[in-house]
Design a protein around this ligand. Structure first.
Ligand code: NAD
Ligand code: MG
Length: 401
């Protein structure tokens, strides 16, 4: 078997590192050729040594210099490319078979889209890319024949529970016999927090997820349940389900990763320990199963599985995400962009935690007041994304003032 060449976009992140861990367990199947990162250049140099990657993409000349210094004594030849265009280039050229799209935020869209347009095997962790440009992205997948595999644990679980083990379940319309999909949500760190004390929540508390260890942005999104909202929108695009056929239920143990309900009353679920190496290994090996390094699930230790209704007063952002989905592509762009800005402002302690939901609501109102903005091309998506960011930043600043 010729090993497949992997390009990992966002290699130094939580998903990037888990991908490296899984791929290195299977040197007969995979060769890690390309790594990209925006921060932590010393760590990137270490990863080049570990993986034997032959090229990297970094943001600028200063970063390239730091990588070169970090590679002192390294014998392999490494090409160091710079800038955003290089991200799209490495994701789509002939040196790449498989792309792990694990950049955080809409910033990852152009490179993920380039991979989809050129018919790669695309492992999509970067949910914001689908939220911002779902129809453009899915059209690219259909037209190029790219194989799109979801990495988000919920969507990977749904994929596995779809008819035929998922084969053909993405990009071909709603699956026959499926009535509804149910996304599980852990509820994050504030599931039982006193609602009157939300204003005092710190970035450290918001980033301390009870079950998963993840990047800071998605950790805050999990606390607010914006993450589940983005996932509802992601599920809509991947599985072609209308919003009324996508439900969310709280499951604090994060063992059942999501479920598919069939017309005959059956419900299929995928279970596993909360470790992203499982969905990553599933997508890397699909349709075969490969070892992931994950502990076996001990049902007796888990003991019980609980399910609770989502209280939208506690998690107003989930309701806002459904509103965005019903409002169309432009509303989803505004929602996602405003969230990226608001989360960063919260992490920098410039707005309080409840300010995130308030900014999202303002951004949806801002968008609906100026609807009819066409978003059919990627340029239009990026333009609206930029305008929504400007609006959201100003809204954050006026809250802080
Ligand atoms: P992270 O913050 O840990 O890593 C992000 C990576 O992207 C880093 O390598 C960083 O250098 C790079 N990056 C950040 N901004 C960039 C930019 N503007 N341009 C180019 N590169 C940039 O994030 P993560 O937790 O690994 O999440 C990555 C994506 O996967 C997100 O979209 C997230 O929603 C999704 N996801 C993550 C998890 C998880 O368990 N961490 C689970 C499901 C989905
Ligand atoms: Mg998820």
């Amino acid at each position: 078997m010729t090993p497949q060449s992997i390009c990992i976009l966002g290699a130094t992140g939580s998903i990037g590192l888990s991908t490296i861990d899984v791929a290195l367990r299977h040197p007969d199947r995979f060769r890690i050729v390309t790594l990209t990162a925006r921060q932590r250049m010393d760590e990137l140099a270490e990863l080049i040594r570990r993986t034997g990657a032959r090229r990297v993409v970094v943001p600028d000349a200063a970063a390239a210099q730091r990588v070169r210094e970090g590679l002192t004594g390294h014998t392999g030849k490494v090409e160091i490319l710079q800038g955003d265009q290089a991200l799209a280039d490495v994701a789509s050229d002939d040196h790449t078979d498989v792309v792990m799209a694990a950049i955080v935020g809409a910033a990852g869209l152009p490179a993920a889209l380039a991979a989809a347009q050129t018919g790669k095997r695309v492992l999509l962790a970067n949910k914001e890319a689908l939220v911002a440009a779902g129809s453009i992205f899915m059209k690219a997948v259909r037209e190029s024949g790219a194989v799109l595999l979801p990495i988000d644990s919920e969507h990977n679980a749904i994929f596995q529970c779809m008819p035929g083990g998922g084969q053909g379940s993405i990009g071909n319309g709603p699956a026959k016999g499926v009535n509804r999909i149910v996304l599980t949500a852990s509820g994050g760190p504030f599931r039982t927090h006193n609602p009157d004390e939300m204003a005092h929540i710190t970035p450290e508390q918001a980033c301390a997820h009870p079950n998963w260890s993840m990047g800071r942005k998605i950790s805050v999104d999990s606390a607010t349940m914006v993450n589940k909202g983005l996932e509802v929108i992601e599920a809509h695009w991947l599985f072609d389900m209308t919003p009324d056929r996508i439900d969310v239920v709280i499951h604090p143990q994060s063992i059942v990763h999501s479920l598919v309900e069939y017309d005959d009353g059956s419900m299929l679920a995928q279970l596993g320990n909360p470790d992203m190496r499982t969905p990553i290994a599933h997508a890397l090996g699909f349709p075969q199963r490969i070892e992931a390094g994950v502990d076996w699930l001990d049902l007796l230790k888990v003991g019980r599985l609980d399910f609770e209704e989502v209280n939208l007063l506690r998690y107003p952002c989930l309701d806002l995400a459904y509103q965005a989905l019903r409002g169309g592509q432009g509303a989803c762009i505004a929602f996602n962009a405003a969230n990226e800005v608001a989360v960063e402002e919260f992490l920098q302690r410039r707005i309080p935690y409840p300010g995130i939901a308030a900014i999202l609501e303002q951004a949806l109102n801002w968008y609906s007041a100026r609807s009819n903005v066409p978003v059919v091309s990627i340029e239009q998506v990026l333009e609206l994304d930029a305008q929504a960011r400007t609006f959201a930043l100003a809204a954050c600043q006026s809250r802080a003032a």
